[in-house]
Design a protein around this ligand. Structure first.
Ligand SMILES: *[C@@H]1O[C@H](CO)[C@@H](O)[C@H](O)[C@H]1NC(C)=O
Ligand SMILES: *[C@@H]1O[C@H](CO)[C@@H](O)[C@H](O)[C@H]1NC(C)=O
Ligand SMILES: *[C@@H]1O[C@H](CO)[C@@H](O)[C@H](O)[C@H]1NC(C)=O
Ligand SMILES: *[C@@H]1O[C@H](CO)[C@@H](O)[C@H](O)[C@H]1NC(C)=O
Ligand SMILES: *[C@@H]1O[C@H](CO)[C@@H](O)[C@H](O)[C@H]1NC(C)=O
Length: 601
């Protein structure tokens, strides 16, 4: 029965309702070779265990949305800064009406009526809560409990699912099914060192010369502070306007909460004029805000202390996104979701006004995120860009890939059954619609050895970076890392910032923190200050930054030309003159960037 060919005709949906699913063959929609390294099949799932399934419906007008995005983010285009409204964006994200009908039909066949369905604002995601038994019937699959060998975490997943053939063109993906990603914070676990109070122990006095040629306190070589970053990045005297409508956003996942006492203590020490100021807390999908000292999150504390501390007095927003739906846990502690970006995107895209700048310091190996899911989340990032939001993401903390010293558990292998050696790009940094921030260290700056960088295996190289990335690849010796990376992929990071020895107050004490998690909120805070300058001058905010950065913005960055980012048993890539997959175009020179963005329309 090939009713798909009838779609587009006005009566197709009605016709479909009568006959479509009868005798329609199920066909595999998505399957993976097996669970990623680290996960093993543990137990059967109780059939009554509730799953929250998210169904992504295709967005046939996405190419149009993308075209708008390129135009309105390009400083040389007449439409630069003419961002789309929420409504305009939603219209370009919406599924075809027939898709809505066919999917509703299918849900109805399984006893799910409109009142059992939650739809996103653009109607492009459908969420249902069903017992595992019903999900297995709908998806012609069997779920299992998979356990993570290292962490003991239990999740309910399958390695394959099927849908009636007629539905294949009407559904992009259904999760949780094949998604085993474990998004992590890009700080804390790996590179946390314990030092006592920031600055206090510094033996260095006097000043040294910073990347912009201006003096920087020599103590900044021991501990990075808010004041150090302003000096290093040439933003010492800039003061944002608290009331011009500019806002700075930070995301928190995985039970990371900003501890407010820690934040105030940090302000007291590092930015006394911010002491007593607050930020707006927003809970997404049941995200909590546990203010117990024991519940303080090192990542959330780092992000807020530097993200809000640097951009103060610009009002801050912190999104705490819950990772699990509010179900009654079974005796087995099962986690259904580990895919919080779709919840966050659904939420922010449904808001009328948004922070102009948002920083995120979480990600995972691209290959653990199913392509269909990564593509949809990345499209959501494009939609936020079309609304005029600058999105900054940490590039990851494993250089070109995790390098486990235990050969039995080496991580730099493909997930597709071939077990081939490969570099492991990080997602969402690899999404071409975000600005990925790598890490530097020391003064003069060199790459932090862990600075995540490389090339996406999912996303093709976008036009804005073809010249820059080709120039880099042409400099590589022929055959370098052949087969280890996708030479046609989106290269990242785009930019970089300091990422070691950040003084962070955590549970009342000073800590020194490393990771590209330091770099993203730092770069984002400076972008927020650039947005402030543009808003004060009655100009549109910068929106999606990359077309600007790759055309002219890079001229106002400090190029990092030495060092590399080892991983997977290799030395990784080298930083070079111009763009490189270690530090991108380099670190910010705020005053130079400000002059540049104020000279643009
Ligand atoms: C801040 O922005 C508001 C709104 O645009 C304006 O009224 C006010 O004068 C500005 N304050 C300063 C100090 O520039
Ligand atoms: C600041 O905001 C948070 C979140 O909205 C709130 O819990 C807290 O009580 C506020 N005040 C202070 C002083 O932190
Ligand atoms: C807050 O966190 C503390 C420490 O982790 C925990 O003991 C407490 O139960 C949490 N409170 C809530 C309401 O979750
Ligand atoms: C990666 O692993 C190899 C072999 O285990 C080791 O020789 C190398 O030093 C490691 N590199 C890094 C950056 O950890
Ligand atoms: C990095 O630079 C070193 C020293 O110039 C060189 O030996 C090496 O081949 C380069 N590596 C890559 C991947 O370009």
């Amino acid at each position: 029965m090939k009713l798909v060919t009838l779609l587009g005709l006005p009566f197709a949906a009605a016709l479909a309702s009568a006959v479509s699913f009868k005798g329609c063959q199920n066909k595999v929609k998505e399957s993976i070779h097996g669970p990623p390294r680290g996960w093993y099949k543990h137990a059967p799932v109780p059939k009554h265990h509730m799953l929250e399934l998210k169904i992504a419906l295709p967005q046939p007008k996405f190419p149009e949305l993308e075209q708008h995005l390129w135009e309105i983010s390009d400083p040389s285009h007449a439409r630069y800064g003419a961002y789309l409204s929420k409504q305009e964006t939603e219209e370009l994200m919406a599924p075809h009406p027939e898709t809505l009908d066919v999917v509703s039909e299918w849900l109805a066949l399984h006893g799910l009526a409109e009142e059992d369905i939650i739809r996103s604002a653009a109607r492009d995601w459908v969420t249902i809560r069903v017992p595992v038994g019903l999900a297995e019937e709908m998806l012609d699959t069997t779920y299992h409990v998979y356990k993570h060998a290292e962490t003991g975490e239990n999740i309910v997943r399958t390695t394959s699912y099927s849908l009636p053939e007629i539905l294949h063109d009407h559904v992009d993906l259904i999760q949780p099914t094949t998604m085993f990603a474990r998004f992590k914070a890009f700080t804390s676990t790996l590179h946390r060192t314990n030092k006592v109070q920031p600055a206090v122990l510094s033996t260095s006095s006097g000043t040294i010369t910073g990347p912009a040629g201006n003096p920087v306190d020599a103590s900044c070589t021991d501990t990075i502070t808010v004041s150090c970053l302003r000096q290093l990045y040439n933003a010492v005297d800039y003061k944002s306007n608290a009331t011009n409508g500019n806002k700075m956003g930070l995301t928190g996942y995985l039970g990371q909460y900003v501890n407010n006492l820690d934040l105030q203590q940090f302000y007291q020490q590092e930015n006394p004029s911010a002491y007593g100021s607050n930020y707006t807390f927003i809970s997404v999908n049941g995200g909590l805000n546990n203010q117990s000292y024991d519940a303080a999150g090192l990542e959330a504390n780092l992000d807020s202390q530097y993200g809000f501390g640097l951009s103060w007095p610009t009002p801050g927003t912190f999104y705490s996104t819950g990772g699990e739906p509010p179900y009654i846990p079974d005796t087995l502690t099962l986690t259904n979701t580990n895919e919080p970006y779709s919840y966050w995107l659904d939420f922010v895209l449904s808001q009328d006004t948004l922070p102009q700048t948002i920083s995120t310091s979480y990600g995972d190996d691209e290959q653990t995120v199913p392509y269909t899911y990564a593509a949809r989340v990345c499209a959501g990032m494009a939609s936020l860009g079309a609304r005029g939001v600058s999105l900054l993401f940490s590039s990851g903390d494993h250089g070109v890939g995790d390098n486990d010293s235990d050969p039995a558990s080496q991580m730099c292998f493909t997930n597709d059954g071939r077990n081939a050696i490969t570099f492991l790009p990080s997602f969402p940094a690899s999404c071409p619609f975000v600005t990925a921030v790598g890490g530097t260290t020391n003064i003069p700056e060199v790459p932090a050895f862990f600075s995540g960088g490389g090339f996406s295996n999912y996303f093709a190289r976008p036009a804005y970076q073809i010249a820059a990335v080709s120039a880099y690849l042409e400099k590589l010796a022929p055959g370098t890392y052949k087969g280890l990376y996708n030479c046609a992929g989106r290269g990242y990071p785009d930019v970089a910032a300091q990422s070691t020895n950040f003084g962070v107050i955590y549970q009342g004490e000073g800590n020194s923190v490393d990771g590209t998690s330091c770099a993203a909120p730092t770069f984002a805070a400076l972008v927020s200050m650039l947005n402030d300058a543009r808003i004060n001058a009655q100009k549109a905010p910068l929106g999606f930054l990359n077309p600007f950065l790759y055309s002219t913005g890079h001229k106002a960055l400090n190029d990092i030309t030495k060092g590399n980012n080892p991983g997977c048993g290799t030395e990784g890539f080298n930083a070079t003159v111009g763009w490189d997959p270690v530090t991108g175009y380099g670190t910010p020179n705020f005053n130079k960037l400000k002059d540049l963005v104020l000279s643009m329309p």
